[in-house]
Design a protein around this ligand. Structure first.
Ligand code: ZN
Length: 276
């Protein structure tokens, strides 16, 4: 990893080239290098202009440094997730469950000072071409951190002042659609539409509406499909176009073996095969 690549982390809120017509969106890699390698190889065949990473590169999995270096090498936007926060600040892990806490303590010990400094420099949010905002969990921090349903999404839309908000964090691919910007503060759940996209499912993005889009998790999916999840965001002529979720097979057995060899809690390897 050269100095330029690491330096780019502190100024990673913009892609170097505009406009962007086709972006890959990845999130929640969680130290799973086997899944990340497979997803990056697939993205390489999809003719994208850039890759957005929505955070949680580390935590849970056995290859945090390796994943961080791959992400820095490939992604134009990199957001700091709550597991990055917990890796650099042990206090931020106070709400983690037992296995997550054990894994993030392991991660903190395992990562180099250079890696931890790189995590510290990652931004919490980024905006692309005044059209797309990127955050890890929610555009409205606090009680809307886990956007699983329309009730929470209605509150989260209050923090969205662009057409598309990209989020990760729940490890479940989902898209919420809302009416245009004119009554954000009074938006209610019945006004929203929620889509649970399957592999290859394309959701057309209406230019008169707003969206919160989650690509699912590369390294620890939780929607009962163990394949790595990511998405392609098409923005033809700089306008909202399509959001397509894709699933990618990878060597889950090898990832499980690496996790168990590292001495991480066995539940973390077990869940990879379940997608849960
Ligand atoms: Zn996560």
């Amino acid at each position: 990893m050269n100095a330029c690549s690491w330096q780019r982390l502190s100024s990673s809120t913009r892609f170097p080239h505009a406009p962007m017509h086709r972006l890959a969106v990845i999130s929640d890699i969680h130290g799973n290098a086997h899944a990340l390698q497979a997803v990056l190889a697939r993205i390489d065949t999809l003719n994208v202009d850039g890759i957005i990473c929505l955070g949680d590169i580390v935590g849970y999995g056995p290859s945090p440094g390796e994943c961080l270096e791959m992400i820095v090498r490939h992604c134009g936007v990199i957001i700091q997730g709550n597991h990055e926060q917990a890796a650099i600040d042990p206090g931020a892990a106070a709400t983690f469950n037992g296995a997550a806490k054990e894994a993030i303590d392991w991660t903190r010990r395992r990562m180099s000072a250079l890696h931890l400094a790189a995590l510290r420099r990652l931004p919490h949010a980024a905006t692309i071409n005044d059209l797309v905002m990127c955050v890890h969990d929610s555009p409205v921090p606090g009680p809307t951190d886990y956007i699983h349903d329309k009730q929470v999404a209605a509150l989260a839309f209050r923090g969205v002042d662009v057409r598309i908000c990209l989020i990760g964090h729940t490890h479940v691919p989902i898209v919420f659609e809302a009416p245009s910007l004119d009554h954000t503060e009074t938006l209610t759940a019945p006004e929203l539409t929620a889509y649970l996209p399957f592999d290859g499912h394309t959701i057309d993005l209406d230019s008169d509406r707003r969206y919160i889009c989650n690509p699912g998790s590369v390294g620890q999916p939780r929607d009962c499909d163990p394949r790595a999840s990511f998405a392609i965001l098409d923005l033809p002529n700089g306008e909202p176009g399509r959001f397509t979720v894709m699933r990618q097979d990878y060597d889950i057995a090898a990832a499980q073996m690496a996790s168990n060899r590292a001495g991480l809690p066995t539940i973390l390897a077990d869940r990879l095969a379940l997608g849960a």
